[in-house]
Write a protein that binds this ligand. Structure first.
Ligand SMILES: Cc1cc2nc3c(=O)[nH]c(=O)nc-3n(C[C@H](O)[C@H](O)[C@H](O)COP(=O)(O)OP(=O)(O)OC[C@H]3O[C@@H](n4cnc5c(N)ncnc54)[C@H](O)[C@@H]3O)c2cc1C
Length: 239
């Protein structure tokens, strides 16, 4: 609600990454509900100002070194000069951040997949069963081959999306494809990496259980895999 040269904000925002560490965050708030998404505005929030509080820090499955928190706004007054862009431009700003952010999540997923693959390969070379390293057992070798192939495809998709963005080309579809494929590759590779480790993969003594837990988030945030498929299908039917 606007009040002179200020806005008064009330509500709760879930899943604010590093909200309890940040001094400044970007908040999208509804400034004119009658306009739907065109009634959303973006604000630069001072997290130490009166009316802003941390309700809780989530106890997460993975990426545990990054905090996620729930933040509450209780009659928080933000000066109008802290609005980003014009009133009603918040959704457009959010989409711009998300489209670019998806390339970053693709890169994050790629790193997790690469780590899980390298751990599985190293383990398969030293663990012997039936008189030879399990990497030489065809089923394990084929799994490693599929990991390497999927990771290479994910890497090329990610690099192409980043290259298109750097060169000022349209990259919305490419960023979604990279994020979708790289995140599903990370989850698949991490799952298989545990399998290659056998029971040891289920132990916290080996890194693959962490890759498995960390991979899952890449299929969820900055738009779930279903939302990426929606974006890609919309973009290809437009072209
Ligand atoms: C660790 C973590 C950090 C995060 N950090 C941030 C952050 O910093 N800032 C921020 O704003 N958000 C953040 N988020 C929120 C995150 O981006 C959202 O939770 C995510 O986009 C999914 O939204 P949702 O939870 O509302 O799922 P929902 O929209 O409720 O979806 C639930 C399920 O339904 C499916 N679904 C929903 N709509 C459709 C549809 N139209 N078609 C097909 N399937 C559909 C989804 O794919 C999903 O499987 C974070 C979340 C997590 C877990």
């Amino acid at each position: 609600m606007r009040d002179g040269d200020q806005y008064v904000i009330n509500g709760v925002k879930n899943w604010v990454t590093n909200g309890d560490h940040a001094d400044t965050i970007i908040l999208m708030a509804m400034t004119d509900a009658s306009k739907g998404v065109k009634g959303i505005s973006a604000f630069l929030i001072d997290t130490h100002a009166p009316g802003v509080s941390i309700v809780k820090v989530e106890n997460k499955l993975g990426i545990r070194s990054a905090h996620s928190c729930q933040m509450a706004y209780d009659s928080y007054r933000v000066p109008a000069w802290r609005r980003l862009g014009d009133e009603g431009e918040g959704f457009k700003i959010a989409m711009t951040i998300l489209n670019a952010g998806r390339i970053g999540i693709a890169a994050q997923a790629l790193g997790i997949a690469q780590g899980a693959y390298e751990a599985a390969l190293a383990y398969a070379k030293v663990r012997e069963q039936f008189g030879k390293p399990i990497a030489e057992q065809q089923a394990v070798g084929f799994t490693l081959a599929d990991m390497a192939t999927r990771i290479k495809a994910a890497r090329l998709l990610t690099y192409e999306a980043a290259w298109r963005k750097d060169n000022g080309l349209d990259y919305i579809k490419d960023a979604s494809m990279a994020k979708l494929f790289a995140s599903e590759t990370a989850m698949w590779t991490a799952t298989k990496a545990i399998q290659v480790h056998g029971s040891n993969g289920y132990s916290k003594e080996y890194a693959v259980e962490r890759y498995f837990r960390d991979a899952k988030i890449t299929e969820i945030y900055e738009g779930t895999s279903e939302i990426q498929r929606l974006v890609i299908s919309r973009e290809i039917s437009r072209s």
